[in-house]
Design a binder for this molecule. Structure first.
Ligand SMILES: [Zn+2]
Length: 136
């Protein structure tokens, strides 16, 4: 089994497109509103585009109108790592894939969304790949 945490940078550049590499491996952010999954309501599981780990499900996706796919919870809290991000002069919580440590997006709390958690996992479409299938 591949240990994605040991993949050298040069190999990530070969595995990913330049756009995917920038977001996943350099913690970039895709522009709002352009991501392919921003408004997607299709049933399925969203997997890490870098390593294929199942991260989010359509059942926790909600319409936040923020310009990026938004989830109120990951499919399994063990699948993502949350860590402090002090870039851009702000204190935010970065969300990365626990399996390959690629950047996914950020999580914001207490914004008043009518969801079970009041959390918004604001995730780049380009960090995900939707596997269309029934979700329990
Ligand atoms: Zn991953």
């Amino acid at each position: 089994m591949t240990d994605f945490k040991l993949i050298p940078d040069a190999q990530w550049r070969e595995r990913l497109t330049p756009e995917e590499y920038h977001v996943l491996r350099e913690a970039g952010t895709e522009p709002p509103g352009v991501g392919e999954y921003t408004n997607t309501t299709t049933e399925g599981v969203y997997c890490c585009r870098a390593c294929g780990t199942e991260l989010f499900r359509s059942t926790e996706k909600f319409e936040s109108h923020c310009g990026w796919p938004s989830f109120f919870s990951p499919a399994d809290s063990d699948k993502v790592i949350e860590r402090e991000d002090r870039s851009l002069g702000m204190v935010r919580t970065e969300v990365i894939c626990a399996n390959c440590e690629s950047h996914l997006g950020h999580v914001f709390a207490g914004e008043g969304y009518q969801t079970p958690t009041d959390l918004r996992y604001c995730i780049n479409s380009i960090s995900l790949r939707l596997d269309e299938r029934p979700v329990d």
